[in-house]
Design a protein around this ligand. Structure first.
Ligand SMILES: Nc1ncnc2c1ncn2[C@@H]1O[C@H](COP(=O)(O)OP(=O)(O)OP(=O)(O)O)[C@@H](O)[C@H]1O
Ligand code: NI
Length: 331
């Protein structure tokens, strides 16, 4: 069997501030093959961005620390790689798109210059060659190359995000990390940008990790999904399977919180309570204080990752030790 392109094993990330230790990512494991597309979904504070920053070696220093685990990318452990090594990987083999395009765009350079610069850093190429490639990339994201000489402020939000996508894909990375890339855009533009990203991802066979609060967004572009809660992956599987039948009570809660036209308003039941403070995580299963199925054992025992029904689920219900084995089925 071929080695995985990306293989994360028991990754643990803390932020050590003066006040406290924030347990942002608590022992997650993930694997991806070339060309895979994985969505990471969860509420705010779940540790999604931290996971992406850890992969890229961009955790804020000195607070953000990888406490345990490995991140193998094409066989190389990124946790052990030095900064010089990571600079070669970033933007070249792995690139990232952030929610706000202005974090990636510089207001004082033309967009043509900015795309060309990314290309020049990572390739032996002439300035003209880089500009030519930048123009091609712009056309690919649906912006006429005649606009190469314009500045970021001359573009709408959706157009700016397209420029950022062109930059991220300019060096033909093997893996693209996209952190809420369309959240700032209105729904119609969001769908257009997602469609375009999916097309380019397929064209270049780029692997993708898409981070979002929104299961619907992830479903438009990803084939696999990891549901994250309090720094752990609660459920992982094929996106159709998870939609068809969520197995983890948290996933079920996430689905119930999506308004559906075909369901009565009073059946809408968002998960009550809040995500725990990651500097004071509950004992046992981290979700137990909010879980409608929780029993005494859930406050004491940490669930394993259970392989069941083509899924990985972190819940004691699937370890046969809860009395409440007969769960209510999801509508
Ligand atoms: N630089 C930092 N210093 C201290 N704590 C941090 C820092 N960055 C993030 N955190 C904390 O780490 C936890 C995980 O944050 P992270 O940004 O990874 O979550 P997220 O799932 O991406 O959330 P969101 O959906 O809001 O972007 C949160 O409790 C957050 O407050
Ligand atoms: Ni985030």
């Amino acid at each position: 069997m071929a080695d995985k392109q990306l293989s994360i094993t028991t990754l643990r990330v803390h932020y050590e501030t003066e006040k406290e230790t924030v347990h942002a990512v608590n022992g997650i494991s993930l694997e991806m093959d070339e060309g895979d597309s994985l969505g990471i979904v969860g509420e705010t504070g779940a540790g999604k961005t931290t996971t992406a920053l850890a992969i890229l070696g961009l955790l804020p220093k000195p607070t953000g620390k990888i406490i345990e685990g490995s991140i193998l990318f094409d066989g190389q452990d990124l946790v052990q790689a030095g900064e010089t090594e990571m600079q070669k990987i970033r933007g070249n083999k792995i690139s990232m798109i952030f929610q706000d395009p202005m974090t990636s765009l510089n207001p004082i350079f033309t967009i043509g210059e900015q795309i060309a610069e990314v290309i020049e850093i990572h390739n032996e190429i002439t300035k003209d060659g880089a500009m030519e490639r930048a123009a091609e990339m712009l056309e690919l994201v649906g912006i006429p190359q005649a606009r190469m000489g314009e500045y970021p402020h001359q573009f709408s939000g959706g157009m700016k995000q397209r420029v950022v996508i062109a930059m991220a894909l300019a060096c033909n990375p093997k893996l693209l990390l996209a952190d809420e890339p369309t959240t700032a855009l209105d729904v119609t533009i969001q769908a257009q940008v997602l469609r375009m990203m999916r097309g380019l991802k397929e064209k270049f066979n780029t692997s993708l990790i898409l981070i979002s609060h929104d299961l619907g967004v992830v479903a438009q572009i990803c084939t696999k999904v990891a549901i994250m809660y309090a720094g752990e992956i609660m459920e992982y599987g094929n996106i159709e399977d998870v939609f068809e039948k969520p197995l983890h009570p948290y996933t079920e809660g996430l689905f119930n919180s999506i308004p559906r036209l075909d369901v009565d308003r009073d059946r809408l039941s968002p998960i009550s309570g809040l995500m725990p403070d990651p500097s004071r995580l509950p004992k046992g299963c981290v979700f137990h204080p909010r879980c409608p199925y929780a029993e005494e054992v859930c406050a004491k025992r940490v669930p394993q990752v259970n392989d069941t029904e083509n899924r990985k689920v972190m819940c004691l219900m699937y370890e046969g030790i809860m009395e409440n084995k007969m769960r209510k089925t999801h509508a």
